[in-house]
Design a binder for this molecule. Structure first.
Ligand code: TNX
Length: 530
């Protein structure tokens, strides 16, 4: 795994010294040619997550209706990411940029080139080189090109986020960016069980993740209040268990076709869906759908409150494992990604020994369908195989056990990374059981410093979950995720060498992007919005 080498400050100082004279003409140029909020000095661009290395050069590239997008011939990934960029730029610029295959970098225009031997970049990194005549995006993979596109997007003025043509010059500052992530697992979760969200809402959330180079989407597909994914061999799960949501309103579910539509939309953005079926607790919706899953053989009532810890699958009936096998089998068949999340949290109504036996068997089932099991940190009490991953959310003791057992961790401390926590006492939405999470508090920590026992080698990556007990609409999702999600993306991508004081100024610039893009967001008092 790639490590962060330069610290931010040495980079900046080196950059300042190296480019002191080079920069002068550019600075004068900046006064003369106002670029509507997008800086004409590359290293001053507010890129989130902050790139590994940025170097300035003189001049700007101007994107026009005549700019051609050249894509490396016979590379599907270059064509796909080139088209994605052209589509992304179309609404705000009004340009319909044409794509052309080429065998090598053209003298002028945009260039999407693939190499396979740039070791520094790894699987997700890229090089972006801007000169007054050409912008070239180079990577080993489609992922890398896709991330380069997201950086390029942030180099353009905020008006690029608009849905209708804007009359602004589309200038990009010259220079070079070399960039790759610290962690290969950079995730956000959406709870579609407490409140149901439509396929379009989920796609909108995926676009938000993609813009900040996150690469995993964890979908919390079942809980006490609702079962949200069609399982053909157990149809009542959605017929009955999908009917309601928190508050008593009608819920909903995804057919397998709709789920696959979400998965492929995510995959087109190089995002892997990690589906979660929470068990043995958090299962009231399943227990209401099938009486035989209950220890007493009686179906439960549907539940629309927000308590936790009262439900459990019956761990000593064979039918329970037939059920789990069917669910995992069907889910694995429509999930191309390597992970299945089995929940395992807050099983307060399951005896400890029963819980351990249950997780052990579920792990075998997940493995039998060629998937890797992820579970909330409680699962470390089971006998985990070397592939299984624990998601640290609250128990430091569980995180320590994971480290001792050699189990990799996804880091999601509730007190730092839960996007459903209120920002402060005035936030109308959200919960506060893990404390208030201001934008600064959400940003100013690192997976490698939360406890001394957890070191870089124990960490697979980071996730920011958004539970939806109080979240009902797309606008609610945006309000809780913006502006905290970009910070979690930066923690995962940029690594520990970052500072809040510098970040908050970059984040401030993104407020304009959110506003132009029509996203709801919290104008946090700790960010100097423009
Ligand atoms: C704890 S985090 C839960 C969820 C709730 C969340 C609300 C976790 C593994 N369990 O069931 O939705 O708190 O913040």
């Amino acid at each position: 795994m790639r490590r962060y080498t330069n610290t931010y400050f040495t980079q900046i100082i080196m950059k300042r010294q190296k480019n002191k004279w080079l920069l002068l003409p550019v600075l004068f140029g900046m006064v003369a040619c106002e670029n509507h909020g997008a800086p004409t000095v590359l290293s001053e661009a507010a890129i989130i997550p902050r790139p590994t290395a940025v170097a300035d050069a003189a001049g700007v590239f101007a994107l026009t209706a005549k700019t051609v997008v050249y894509v490396q011939e016979s590379s599907e990934e270059a064509a796909k990411t080139g088209q994605y960029l052209a589509d992304l730029l179309a609404p705000a610029t009004g340009f319909r940029l044409s794509l052309q295959a080429a065998s090598d970098a053209p003298p002028a225009g945009l260039w999407f080139g693939l190499t396979d031997n740039d070791e520094e970049l790894g699987a997700e990194g890229y090089r972006l080189t801007v000169t007054p005549r050409r912008v070239s995006l180079i990577a080993n993979t489609g992922e890398g090109l896709f991330h380069a596109v997201q950086t390029l997007r942030q180099l353009l003025p905020p008006e690029i986020e608009a849905a209708f043509p804007q009359q602004v010059p589309w200038l990009i500052a010259a220079g070079t960016i070399m960039d790759y992530p610290e962690y290969g697992y950079r995730s956000a979760m959406l709870d579609v069980a407490r409140h149901f969200f439509t396929v379009d809402d989920v796609k909108h959330y995926i676009d938000l993740l993609a813009a900040y180079k996150m690469n995993m989407l964890h979908l919390h597909l079942s809980d006490d209040q609702g079962w949200r994914i069609e399982i053909k061999s157990w149809p009542e799960l959605t017929n009955i268990g999908g009917q309601k949501q928190v508050g008593g309103g009608s819920g909903g579910f995804y057919t397998q076709e709709q789920y696959q539509d979400i998965v492929s939309y995510a995959l087109d953005r190089y995002i892997t869906v990690v589906p979660e079926i929470d068990m043995p607790g958090h299962t009231n919706a399943a227990l209401a759908s099938y009486p035989e899953l209950n220890s007493d053989g009686n179906a439960r009532e549907l539940y629309t409150g927000i308590e936790v810890g009262f439900s459990s699958l019956c761990t000593d009936k064979e039918v329970t494992f037939k059920f789990v096998d069917d669910v995992i089998r069907e889910l694995a068949a429509i999930t191309p990604g390597p992970y299945i999340h089995i929940g395992g949290d807050e099983s307060h109504s399951t005896k400890k020994d029963d819980y351990i036996g249950f997780i052990n068997r579920v792990q075998d089932i997940v493995l039998a369908y060629d998937k890797i099991m992820i579970g909330w940190d409680e699962i470390v009490s089971a006998e985990l195989n070397e592939l299984s991953v624990a998601q640290y959310w609250s128990s430091a003791a569980n995180a320590r056990t994971a480290v001792n057992k050699g189990t990799l961790l996804v880091i999601s401390p509730a007190s730092r990374a839960y996007m459903d926590m209120k920002y402060d006492s005035t936030t109308a939405l959200g919960l506060k059981w893990a404390g208030y999470i201001s934008v600064k508090h959400g940003y100013d920590w690192d997976p490698t410093t939360i406890m001394s026992e957890v070191t870089r080698d124990n960490v697979l990556g980071i996730e920011a979950p958004l539970w939806s007990e109080t979240i009902e609409t797309r606008s609610n999702i945006e309000f809780m995720a913006l502006p905290r999600l970009p910070g979690y993306a930066e923690i995962g991508w940029t690594g520990p060498a970052r500072s809040w004081d510098e970040y908050r100024r970059r984040l401030a610039v993104h407020g304009k992007r959110f506003a132009v893009g029509g996203s709801n967001f919290f104008r946090a008092p700790d960010v100097p919005w423009e």
